[in-house]
Design a protein. Structure first.
Length: 83
């Protein structure tokens, strides 16, 4: 494999904020105003634009099945004891 072939696939990093002609000047590709244009912005994955989150809207599951499994286990255990 030739070195020229490897160098062809290497992409140079774009330099932000280096003037209008660089296409990444002034706002540096962030657009004007808004949450995403600020420095250090972080939107959580579950954020839905102020709407109540999905996991808060959905009803919570109760642990009824756990008690059934315990009773079934106890019956089997008692049968083994007496046999």
């Amino acid at each position: 494999m030739k070195l020229n072939f490897i160098i062809f696939f290497k992409k140079k990093k774009t330099r932000k904020g280096r003037g209008i002609s660089s296409e990444n000047g002034k706002t540096c590709g962030r657009g004007h105003k808004g949450q995403t244009s600020r420095s250090g912005f972080n939107i959580p994955n579950f954020f839905e634009g102020g709407q109540t989150n999905y996991f808060k809207r959905t009803p919570k599951l109760k642990s009824k099945n756990k008690n059934k499994n315990k009773k079934f286990y106890n019956i089997l255990y008692e049968n083994k004891k007496f046999n």
